[in-house]
Structure formats: C-alpha cells, structure tokens
Design a protein around this ligand. Structure first.
Ligand code: NAD
Ligand code: MN
Length: 355
C-alpha cells in the first residue's frame, strides 16, 4: 500500500480549527479508497510557539520537514507578534527553502456560491493563477540606510533571475497546453523598467515554443479591473510574487470569499516536499469559536490529492462542497449559515460518501 507522510503545521487561530477538518477528510478518503494511507506528524510551530520559545519554527525545521512527502499548513499570525516575523521565519522560509516556486491558486466559482458581481455568469469565473513563489518582490533583498537620520532611505529590491522567471512561465505554458486553455501574463513593464521588461521578454520568448497556446498580456492595474468587470478573459494566469499575492485575494473575493480560497506551493521537481494551505490567515477576529469555514483548507487537501495523482478523490471533495453550497443547509456564517467548522467538515465527509 502507498503511504504518504504528511507534516502538519496547524499554526495559529483558525488554522488549527480548519486543518483538523481537513485531516479528518483525508483520513476518510484513504479509508474509503483502501489503496493508500496517510500518516500525519504534527509540528506546533507558529506565533504561540514563538511566544513560548522565541522561535516561530525550530532551527532544524526545514531539515525535519524535508523527510516528508508533503506539508499541510493552516495559517500563522497573531496580533501580538509582528507579521513579518511569522511570515518570513516560517511561511517564506519553507516556500523558498524547498524551492516551491509555483503557487497555484484556483479561482473558480463553485456551484451554489452566489456570484458577487452583477452580470457575471458562474462559468465566467474559472481560472488558475500561477504565481511566482520563490523570488521577485519577496526576495527579501534590500537595505536600511542612515537609520533615524535626515537622509534615511530604505531599499526593497526585487530579484528576477532568468532561471526563476523562465521556469514559472514555462510551468504556466505547460499547464495551459495540457488543459487547452489560454495564457495571460500579468506584469507592469511600463513602470518597472527592469524587472517587468525582463519578465515580458521572457514571456514572449518562451511563448514561441507554444504556438498552440493563445497568449495575452495585461498590465497589473488593468488586470485588477478586468478580474472584477470581465473575469471570463482569464484562464491560466502567470504573474510575479507580489502581483500574484494581491490578485489572488481579489480572486478570492470574486469566487466566494476567503473561506473558499485554496492554494498549493509546489516544487515541481519533487526534490522537496510541496505545501498545501488555505490562503486565508489566522483570522483572530473569529478564532477560537469554531465558526471558521473549513472549505478552503479542504479544497487545499483536494489539491494535495490531485498532486498525488488521486484525481477522482480530489474531484469528489469539490463535488461534495458544491452539494453543500447548493443545498445551503450546513454552512458557516460567512455563507449565511450557522453551522460550526466541525459540522461543515462532517457534512463534506457525508456528502463525499454519498457520491
Ligand atoms: P485573514 O485571512 O486571517 O482574515 C481576513 C478576514 O476574512 C477576516 O474577517 C476573517 O474572519 C475572514 N476569514 C478568513 N478566513 C476565513 C474562514 N476560513 N472562514 C470564515 N472567515 C474567514 O487575514 P488578516 O486578518 O489580514 O490576517 C490575520 C493574521 O493572519 C495576520 O497575522 C496575518 O499576517 C496572518 N496571515 C497568515 C497567512 C498564512 O499563514 N498563509 C495568510 C494571510 C494572513
Ligand atoms: Mn496573501
């Protein structure tokens, strides 16, 4: 029997609540299938851990995680710990340390989710954003000069390597080709006269190898407008780290909200573990009450199943969620219901068994 070893980092706030449901779903999937199994090992890292130990993640964290087939993460962040600490010392450390250079974020309006934009049909919101996840604006390079002096200046440098830019663009082209979809590159070559001109050039050059894929380019500001006004324009979208971060929160808003937004951090070479996580944060405003929507975390679990080649099961999870969203009897507060996180998790399992 195949066994997948999963490192679980529930994190803080609602991270722990939604991941608990995701794990129940994964266990049930393996039990129903019978041909594979999961083993889970928990790591208590995050802000609470930081308050106790002074570390968000242990020093040998990456080394320990490297032994796993995959990582399942909730969310990290707490009001009493600066966000750049939790983000940089855990999330970005894992993404960059394991060269998870693809951040895959589906933006799809599921059946049963009311479309928040007037005049836009459900089938119009169906894209996947391929976000560069290892460098760009989040490379962490920069300087802080003349601190406290009159001439004080800070530099935050974006880093776009040829290798890093080419591989993400190629990944997106391959995806578009495989799924017979169009590709759209989103950049800002008019203002960012080094990084984005370079990006645009590579998009064009790599595109010559994909004459079968329809190719479009947008400036990021115009793209933000069209995400809302006419999302049907976009199918496979490829963009930089920062732009992808911002556009996918916008994408979450047009596809039902943060409670439904999933993301995968992929190391396509499979040299290191990939990481699956809902894109929402720890939501301190609702944490501890058991009311968070577990669907984003469960959609991420569905991406994990797809990554392991269990396409039938990954589809079943989406179908089970669509059933619930359509019936509207067991929903969390963000979708106007009064069910708890656990009740929605249990209902997803029940619907999945019925499929
Ligand atoms: P957030 O995503 O935690 O919350 C934004 C809003 O969406 C809140 O009103 C919240 O209640 C709601 N929301 C989010 N997920 C929900 C769910 N599953 N069900 C129902 N409602 C949900 O973003 P924020 O408030 O900007 O950040 C809170 C903390 O989380 C910060 O410390 C931030 O740094 C951190 N954060 C972490 C990650 C991550 O770990 N990947 C991502 C984003 C933010
Ligand atoms: Mn984000």
């Amino acid at each position: 029997m195949e066994e997948y070893n999963v490192a679980v980092i529930p994190g803080d706030g609602i991270g722990t609540e939604v991941i608990a449901e995701g794990i129940k779903v994964l266990k049930k999937v393996a039990e129903l299938d019978g041909r594979f199994a999961f083993s889970f090992e928990y790591f208590p890292w995050g802000c609470e851990y930081f308050c106790k130990t002074g570390k968000v993640m242990d020093d040998d964290g990456l080394e320990r995680l490297s032994k796993f087939d995959t990582i399942y993460l909730g969310a990290v962040g707490a009001p009493n710990v600066p966000d750049h600490i939790s983000l940089r010392d855990l999330l970005i450390k894992i993404r960059q340390g394991f060269d998870q250079y693809v951040n895959l974020r589906p933006i799809k309006l599921l059946n049963g989710v009311p479309c928040p934009i007037k005049g836009v049909r459900r089938e119009d919101v169906n894209m996947v954003v391929v976000r560069e996840n290892s460098e760009g604006e989040y490379a962490g390079a920069g300087d802080w000069l003349y601190k406290g002096k009159e001439q004080e200046v800070v530099l935050q440098t974006s880093v776009f390597s040829r290798k890093g830019t080419e591989r993400i663009i190629r990944y997106a082209y391959e995806l578009a080709r495989r799924e017979k979809k169009t590709i759209t590159s989103i950049s800002k070559g008019n203002a960012l006269n080094y990084s984005m001109v370079f990006w645009d050039e590579i998009f064009r050059d790599v595109g010559k190898e994909y004459p079968d894929v329809r190719q479009y380019t947008y400036l990021v500001d115009a793209a933000a407008m069209f995400f809302v006004k006419d999302p049907a324009r976009f199918q496979v979208v490829v963009t930089s780290n920062l732009f992808g971060d911002i556009l996918t929160d916008l994408g979450a808003a047009i596809a039902g909200g943060m409670g439904l937004a999933a993301g995968a951090n992929i190391n396509p070479d499979k040299k290191y573990p990939s990481m699956f996580e809902p894109i929402h944060g720890s939501a301190p405003d609702i944490a501890g009450r058991g009311v968070a929507n577990p669907m984003a975390a469960i959609w991420s679990a569905s991406q994990m199943l797809e990554f392991f080649g269990k396409k039938v099961w990954s589809n079943k999870l989406i179908l089970a969620m669509e059933k619930i969203l359509t019936e509207k009897t067991v929903l969390t507060a963000d979708f106007g219901g009064s069910a708890s996180t656990e009740e929605v998790g249990a209902e997803i399992i029940r619907q999945m068994i019925l499929l």
